[in-house]
Design a protein. Sequence first.
Length: 188
Amino acid sequence: MENSHTRLAKTIHWTFSILYAYGIFKQVEDLEELEDASLLNFEIFFAIVFLVIVMLRFFYMKDAKTLLGAHEEMHKGHLFIAKATHRLVYFSLIMLPTTGLLIAGILNAGLPGMTLAIALHELSAFLSYITIGVHIVASLYSRYKGEGVWNAMVPLWQESKKNDSRIIVSLETIENKVYDQIEDKFIK
Ligand code: HEM
Ligand code: HEM
């Protein structure tokens, strides 16, 4: 039996991905929209639910092995980048609802600092696009290489074997040099 994330880990990963996509697509366009009290209340409710689920997920996954499904032992530099990206994803996902709630707080209490709160909110959204974009591209690349990582989290389009094509061998040689550098600079 190959290593796989638990059923609960997979369920949380995919239901949360849907919640994130919903949060991004239904986003508030500008501050004036929040004059509608029912929309403001809904945004506050959504932000709290989102934040609670992110925190629960973080604590549940904290001790799970990174790149769990890999058939071969992963380079330490590779694990370092994967872990750092996951941490940055969590950071952006915590900052998004927190800065959203900050906007709501400033609005309700009539306090100064709205421009800064909105800037932080937009920055958090931007960081989430970048880190989640990198995460998805890296997952697809790993799927192409047939490392086993994809199969441990994604139930669809499963890999059957390691890709040993010449292009992959050359790419892995370059990758290993980069991982060596990372190990030298950040791990040793
Ligand atoms: C097509 C979309 C996606 C694919 C193919 C994908 C794929 C994967 C894979 C293969 C893993 C396992 C990595 C490992 O074993 O270390 C993983 C973990 C993870 N994914 Fe995704 N993912 C997708 C979307 C997302 C989205 C939208 C988010 C955030 C909202 C996200 C956040 C994470 C995080 C934080 C982890 C680390 C494990 C955890 O804490 O749950 N992923 N993903
Ligand atoms: C999990 C919860 C939330 C998510 C995922 C989310 C997501 C987003 C995103 C993606 C944007 C567009 C940012 C950009 O232009 O790059 C945005 C804008 C905005 N959000 Fe949120 N948001 C959340 C909660 C909140 C809350 C609770 C409030 C306040 C009650 C809020 C108020 C705003 C406002 C006022 C803007 C427009 C900023 C502008 O003027 O450009 N958001 N939100």
